[in-house]
Structure formats: C-alpha cells, structure tokens
Design a protein around this ligand. Sequence first.
Ligand SMILES: C[S@@+](CC[C@H](N)C(=O)[O-])C[C@H]1O[C@@H](n2cnc3c(N)ncnc32)[C@H](O)[C@@H]1O
Length: 271
Amino acid sequence: MRTSAYIANEQHIDLDSEIRRLQNQVNLTWQKEARNLINFGLKDEMSVLEIGSGPGFYTELLSDIVPNGSITGVEIDPSLVEYSQQYLKDKVHCQHSVIQGSVMKIDFPDNSFDFAVARLVFEHLPDQISAAKEILRVLKPGGKLVLIDFDFGIPPVSYPIVPEAEVIREKSKNAFMAIGGDPLAGRRLWSMLKGSGFQNLDIEALVLHSGKQGILSCYPQFDPERVLPLVEEGLVSEAELQSYRAGIETFMSSQDPFFIRVLLMACGEKA
Ligand SMILES: C[S@@+](CC[C@H](N)C(=O)[O-])C[C@H]1O[C@@H](n2cnc3c(N)ncnc32)[C@H](O)[C@@H]1O
C-alpha cells in the first residue's frame, strides 16, 4: 500500500514546477499561519518536529519563530530531503536537520519534541490516526501538534466566477481519492486529533487570497497546465481542458479578478 498519496514528481507538471508551486503556496499564507502557530503556543527555544518538510520553504520561515530552538524535518521523499538540505544551508539560523523517513515510524524516542507541525501532509496519508499517534508518542507532555490542510468541500471561489472550473475540480477530487488522498481532510482534522488521543483541541480557518499580492501570486493555484497529468491519464478530456483554459484566460483579463481559498489549522495537546 502507498504510504502517501503525494509524490512530488507524479501527478504534477514536473518536479521543478511543483517545488515552485509549493514555495508560492507557503508565501501566500505564511503571515497568517505564523500568527496562528504562535497563538497555539509555538515560541522561541522550542524543539520543533516538522512532518513532511518538503523542499524546506516552510522550515525557513518557521526558523524565524524559533531562532534559539531547533527544527527537525521528517520527509519521505529523498529528492526533497536533498533539495531542502541544499536550499536551507545558509538560510536557517536555528539548529536544523532533516531526516528521510515516514511519519508512520519516527526515528526518535518518546517525549522528544515541544511542538510538531504537519502542513498539507495529512490529506495525503492513508492512515491518519496512526500517523497522529506516532507524533503524539514523540511529543513531550504538554507538547502541541498543529495539522494544516485544505478541504475540497470548501472550494476556491473567484470573482468573476469561472464556471469551467467546476468540472475540473470534481475530476481532480476523484483523481485525488483514487490515489488514496482524503479530499475531506480539513473537516476531519479535529477527529484525527481527538481519535489519536490529543486534548484541548482548537481549529482556525484562514483566507489565502489575491488581494494583497495580486492575482498572479495565486495563478499556480488554478494554472490550467496543472490539469495536464489528468488529461494524460484520460481523466479529463482535451475539450474540458481547452474550455478551462479559455475560462481562466477570461478571468485573468477581467477587471480586478479576485481569488480566495480557505486553509484550516487544527491544534491538539499531549496530556
Ligand atoms: C504537499 S507537500 C507539503 C510540503 C510542505 N509541508 C509545505 O507545506 O510546503 C507534502 C509533503 O509531505 C511529504 N510526505 C508525504 N507522505 C509522507 C509521510 N508518510 N511521511 C513524511 N513525509 C511525507 C511529501 O513528500 C511532501 O514533501
């Protein structure tokens, strides 16, 4: 069985553009995420476990909150481990390491970390409760886990509306489910934390939008080229892609196009 529905160089245009998309996605919401992380209890000098640390863009920003702490990444994909090690070399000022491995078996003793974060990871995991239990094991008593995910039931919205996006979204959801992804992860974060033994739960929603950084900053979120792998797999027809391209073109050339997507952040504490 796959241990994750996410493989950076599969179902995406290619590894480089997927890495650029992840970087863009971090920058779109970081300030709001940082506020929530701090509200949930993240502070300097903590030892932080970052699950699914990917190319390292989130690690770089996290390190600003814990300059005298440490960050340990656990990343399953060796190519992203290597990328992040290169990328972060002179960018992270706290103690930092990334190990190649799965959240399902974290190579650390019980009670090792003050804080853990898994951003856009749990929606890809087939056994979310076991993953959360494994994080609970390595957290110290009083330690917190923050899970961050989208939910397909809270779809992106735009003005003007792009009607052609509906069919693409539905088919993307089906393709995501077919490889073991959980399109309802966002609304299930609470039950994942509760079901794995976390206490004092909380959940926040934040808005990713094009208002401040401009519509081009959000383009990777709806770039029609991202649909190409689905066309190659025969899940989306060439005609549907053409129609979606035309819809996005009309949207982009409209006056003041605006895009919104909602991200959910849930937090739980180890007793
Ligand atoms: C969508 S990316 C998000 C990367 C990063 N957290 C961010 O927000 O930019 C999901 C990441 O989780 C990693 N991942 C997926 N399954 C994993 C597992 N079982 N254990 C550890 N990492 C995993 C992927 O390889 C990928 O780097």
